[in-house]
Design a protein around this ligand. Sequence first.
Ligand code: GRF
Length: 210
Amino acid sequence: MKSIVILISGRGSNMEAIVHACQQESWPARIAAVISNKADASGLRFAASHGIATAVVDHKAFTSREAFDAELAKVIDGFSPDVVVLAGFMRILTEGFVRHYDGRLLNIHPSLLPAFPGLHTHQRAIEAGCKLAGATVHFVTPELDHGPIVMQAAVPVLAGDTADTLSSRVLAQEHHIYPQSVRWLVEGRLSLSEGVVQQLEGLPQVRWGG
Ligand code: GRF
């Protein structure tokens, strides 16, 4: 049985989707813990109500990123995770932290990377006149919102879309591709070579949410 640790900073809807998929699809894995840098992250309540261990490592209590990341890694490693999942975890991580979890650290970003790394992705996609938007699950590398792509979901940008309406359309797809990607990783069904991720059975690593 593999162990998964999920890091959140807020509502944790992707974390919920992963918890539900893990339970309903009987993955050979358990969610060992949900950890947040914010004590008031609403996702912590969901995790606790599902019998999942929770922890808070408040970044404001540390004077440097290195000190915060060192404590965070200590708490994470206390749960001996095979896979660590960033699900709306709003902290920039140090290179040392990222390297420590090399090959077992996933993130989801609400754009079709490499377009629009960083914040305000939906507003930027609308302002750029994009006809497609989406989300990307990727292995984490030291460069922000960068790294080998596991899955992408695309949705249309519709006339009259606001950042909120586009965000909702993308988020619905995130809740499909993130659990799928985490499951493939815990089941050893991904290969990573020269920065390219392949699903070993050739299953589609793309999803259309139009
Ligand atoms: C999602 O849009 C995700 O792509 C981004 O942060 C948001 C987190 O939402 N990294 P939630 O906390 O999972 O609901």
